[in-house]
Design a binder for this molecule. Structure first.
Ligand SMILES: [Zn+2]
Length: 205
């Protein structure tokens, strides 16, 4: 019986799956830390991100954990995450989106067999893609879908990096007057405010 791995400090403050995926690379104790160490971590992140459920996770682990397909899918996940990081870094700086990023997203979107279905929901209908996970790399397709939604439907001026220079977390600022500066108030906001206050007091002396 394969058990899904325990939580390891994943951060879900991005507001979009693709941003949360980028945010699996963090700064801890002054140095970079990759929260995804292997295929099993990727699966545990996908569960926490509610991309797959626990039974899908168990199935994926049984089929691919420690196997060549799993290792390859994990390498592909890291490659795709690097593409996404570069993409959101550029967006946050107001730079143009590179064709190579669009190609990487399209490659993943085109890799998984699936078809659109509609289902009845409260007050109407909803469309969703019925897709099969034939290969482990197909697990990354929802992340590519999220990136495509970001590019197509989101006001890109709302994509920001946390204002703490020592933090690398990205998020979509959905506040009315686009006033969000921090990944989270507790992690960076308060710390930076205290530092600014201290600096102001010192510079008055
Ligand atoms: Zn931060």
């Amino acid at each position: 019986m394969v058990e899904t791995r325990k939580a390891s400090g994943y951060i879900f403050v991005g507001g979009h799956l693709c941003l949360d995926f980028v945010n699996t690379e963090v700064i801890r104790d002054g140095g970079p830390l990759d929260l995804l160490r292997d295929f099993d971590d990727l699966i545990s992140w996908l569960v926490q991100a509610q991309v797959i459920d626990k039974s899908e996770a168990r199935e994926a682990l049984e089929k691919w954990s420690g196997k060549r397909e799993g290792i390859r899918a994990f390498e592909e996940a890291l490659r795709f995450r690097a593409v996404l990081r570069n993409l959101v870094e550029r967006i946050a700086k107001g730079k143009s989106v590179q064709q190579s990023a669009i190609d990487a997203i399209n490659n993943l979107l085109g890799s998984r067999p699936g078809y659109l279905q509609i289902k009845r929901v409260r007050g109407g209908f909803e469309r969703h893609v019925h897709a099969e996970t034939v290969e482990p790399v197909h697990l990354l397709v929802p992340i590519a879908m999220s990136a495509s939604e970001l590019l197509c439907y989101v006001d890109l001026s709302r994509i920001k990096k946390c204002k703490n220079p020592d933090c690398v977390i990205f998020f979509c600022d959905t506040t009315k007057n686009q006033a969000r500066n921090w990944c989270s108030m507790s992690a960076c906001g308060n710390r930076m405010k205290v530092a600014a206050h201290y600096y102001r007091k010192r510079s008055k002396k």
